[in-house]
Design a protein around this ligand. Structure first.
Ligand code: PLP
Length: 359
């Protein structure tokens, strides 16, 4: 039976990349050492890291005045690190509340001493099925934080709201490299790797260098200035996830880059959205203009039927289709490595299920 992994993360990786990793697990580049045993001070690592960084810069068209950091601690650690580094002038931060991950970022920013957090817009009244697009800012902020793709609620900003020229910080954990983000519109972008890049353990930060205070003196692992100075090699970096990410970047370049990925993600999600829009049983929960290109939550609006669907889908090779524990129902995550055949299999299965349940 063909198995398709709809997990929101850790998520499916390109099979070609997994096969290459398998080959190099025993001896990396004829070194007779496993890639997991390579020192972060070796020439082998340095070349691997610099190539990955350059490939990422090329794939995302990162301008020269932005620095790229390869960090640890997940996107969640950035919920603290960003306020420490970027909220230093007015110490005021504006957040747009678009659901669970923005709320988690808000809660952590509120714990950073001396920072004042304002929630300037919220999708709460629509149960986060809609994104706020009209945002009023009444005072200057050091930055405005937006969760660009909401992994749980299945919404994404295609176009940034008008933010009066204020610095924008974007969490792109669940659609980095799957959508053509215009880096220049942001002061900082961040993402963890385990959705659209590779194994968990790597977190990417892309920051406009001029926003940083060269005089700041923060604890080393939280200080972008120190981390940039040491080129993300201030402590032992996650060599294996960086290696795997580097292979994915090369794979992406061969596929035609982010533009091609976005087109494929549009095509994949269109199949599922079309099914949902025409279904008598299933309902997509996100408001159509705000729909994500990577995460699609849906439900039958009956807990029992949702359970039945999930159990039968799992038994038919459609794995990890259960919705997030906070929202229930189902969710299909279809990142870059996820094949269109998997979406076709899901849609066929949904149609068959619907015929049985709503003849
Ligand atoms: N932000 C978004 C949009 C996410 O989807 C997630 C995880 O799913 C996170 C942040 C947290 O990432 P991590 O688990 O790497 O800390």
């Amino acid at each position: 039976m063909e198995v398709y992994n709809f997990s929101a993360g850790p998520a499916m990786m390109p099979p070609e990349v997994v096969a290459q990793i398998q080959a190099e697990l025993i001896s990396y580049r004829d070194s007779e050492m496993s890639v997991m045993e390579i020192s972060h001070r070796s020439a082998l690592y340095e070349e691997m890291f610099q190539t990955a960084k350059a490939d990422l810069r090329e794939l995302l068209a990162v301008p020269k005045d932005y620095k790229i950091l390869f960090l640890q601690g997940g996107a969640s650690t950035q919920f603290t690190t960003i306020p420490l580094n970027l909220a230093r002038k007015t110490k005021n931060i504006a957040f747009v509340d678009t659901g669970h991950w923005s709320q988690t970022a808000i809660a952590d920013a509120q714990l950073v001493p001396e920072r004042k957090v304002d929630v300037v817009a919220s999708g709460k009244s629509s149960a986060y099925s809609r994104l706020p697009h009209e945002i009023t800012l009444d005072k200057p902020y050091d930055y405005v934080h937006l969760t660009i793709n909401n992994t749980i609620e299945g919404t994404m900003y295609r176009k940034l709201p008008e933010l009066q020229g204020q610095t924008v910080v974007g969490d792109i954990s669940s659609n980095i490299l799957g959508y053509q983000h215009d880096v220049q519109k942001y002061g900082l972008l961040y993402a963890s790797a385990q959705k659209n890049i590779g194994p968990a353990g790597l977190t990417l930060v892309i920051v406009k260098e001029s926003l940083l205070d060269k005089e700041q003196d923060l604890p080393s692992m939280l200080d972008y200035v120190k981390l940039i100075k040491r080129d993300s090699n201030l402590n032992t970096p996650p060599v294996f996830p960086i290696y795997a990410a580097g292979l994915v970047f090369q794979w992406l370049k061969k596929q035609g880059g982010v533009k091609q990925m976005q087109q494929q993600n549009e095509a994949k999600t269109a199949l599922l959205y079309e099914m949902l829009d025409n279904s008598k049983l299933f309902l997509g929960t996100a408001h159509a203009p705000d729909r994500s290109l990577t995460n699609v939550p849906f439900t039958t609006e009956s807990k029992e039927l949702d359970e039945k669907f999930i159990t039968q889908a799992e038994a038919n090779g459609l794995k990890n289709i259960r919705g997030h524990i906070l929202v229930g129902g189902m969710r299909a995550s279809m990142y870059n490595a996820f094949p269109i055949e998997g979406v076709e299999a899901l849609v066929d299965f949904m149609k068959a299920f619907e015929r049985k349940e709503r003849p």
